[in-house]
Design a protein around this ligand. Structure first.
Ligand SMILES: [Zn+2]
Length: 100
């Protein structure tokens, strides 16, 4: 008889955490929405004139959730590359907090 080795549950592999710890982003409904939005775009960035495909694409809420945009309406989703996702995030921040 060998030693009994405690079997620890393996941590599930997850996507990189979203900045804000919002359980919404871990929900199966959100994951399904994100997958749909990215696949609908053929995995290509939908920013005008971009069309870039990267290993990691972002499903962006066109109208942000905290601005009342729908969480899970496919019409409120667009697929963005990391560059355009960052541009949008910065633009939203500037609009929200005022560019000084
Ligand atoms: Zn792009």
């Amino acid at each position: 008889m060998g030693l009994k080795v405690a079997r620890l549950p393996l941590a599930p592999i997850r996507a990189a955490p979203v900045k804000v710890a919002d359980p919404f982003y871990a929900s199966p409904a959100y994951r399904a929405w994100r997958k749909f939005v990215i696949e609908r775009a053929g995995g290509a960035c939908q920013a005008p004139g971009c069309g870039k495909r990267e290993g990691r694409m972002f499903a962006d809420h066109i109208v942000e959730r905290r601005d009342g945009g729908s969480d899970l309406d496919p019409a409120n989703g667009q697929c963005l590359c990391s560059h355009h996702h960052q541009l949008k995030t910065h633009a939203e921040r500037a609009r929200r907090y005022g560019a000084r």
